[in-house]
Design a binder for this molecule. Structure first.
Ligand code: HEC
Length: 189
């Protein structure tokens, strides 16, 4: 009698163990039930998390002053508009399909809502029409006569009520946006 009770208990225990083990393979689209939760609590700080230890109490660290990411070239004409006009376009005249595709992508994402998808100006564009100062045409005589450097400067630093787009358009693609504006100017003729 005694023995068979022990056997029953062992079978029962084995059954419970099997059930727990099977939880793992029940349905892979749902998180498993974790019996021992040690690994769930990671000491890593999430990007937006409050952090008691850091000087600004943010999980995200501010880069040390004066540092810059690898490959970043500081814009040396930030306060020198006359110099910006002489800034040479390293991709001047590149109207290859691949390059224009990149320009188109960034133009449509960042500029078209205001300046129009063909650069015609913002009178009828969703954002442009709401602005007191309507975003001007990018194929006006004025902008057609500008140097590539001047267009690059406005994208990087903004102008008047137009904000800067330096953080929206990575440095390496900004000249392609300039070339795309040139392409729109040609198309408008
Ligand atoms: C939120 C609307 C808005 C967006 C988005 C915008 N612009 Fe502008 N842009 C303006 C306005 C308004 C002006 C006129 C600003 C002024 O002179 O005070 C302007 C001016 C300019 C000028 C100078 C035009 C002139 O006649 O003086 C250029 C060039 C230009 N933008 C290019 C761009 C490019 C390229 C992009 C995309 C990277 C862009 N803009 C995104 C609203 C916008």
């Amino acid at each position: 009698m005694k023995r068979s009770l022990k056997n029953k208990l062992m079978i029962g225990a084995a059954g419970v163990m099997t059930l727990i083990a099977l939880q793992g393979c029940k349905d892979s689209s749902k998180p498993n039930i974790e019996v021992i939760q040690d690994m769930m609590e990671s000491p890593a700080i999430k990007p937006q998390e409050y952090d008691e230890e850091s000087p600004n109490h943010s999980g995200m660290r501010v880069p040390p002053e004066g540092t810059q990411p690898v490959g970043f070239i500081p814009y040396k004409y930030a306060k020198d508009v006359a110099g910006a006009a002489r800034n040479q376009n390293p991709m001047a005249g590149d109207m290859s399909e691949d390059s224009l595709k990149v320009g188109l992508k960034y133009y449509q994402t960042n500029c078209a809502v205001c300046h129009g998808s063909k650069g015609e100006g913002g009178e009828k564009m969703p954002v442009g029409e709401k602005m007191a100062l309507k975003p001007p045409s990018l194929y006006s005589a004025k902008i057609t006569g500008w140097t590539d450097g001047q267009i690059y400067h406005v994208i990087t630093m903004g102008q008047g009520v137009m904000g800067p787009y330096a953080s929206h358009i990575p440095q390496k693609y900004r000249w392609q946006v300039v070339n795309y504006v040139r392409h729109l100017q040609k198309e408008s003729k």
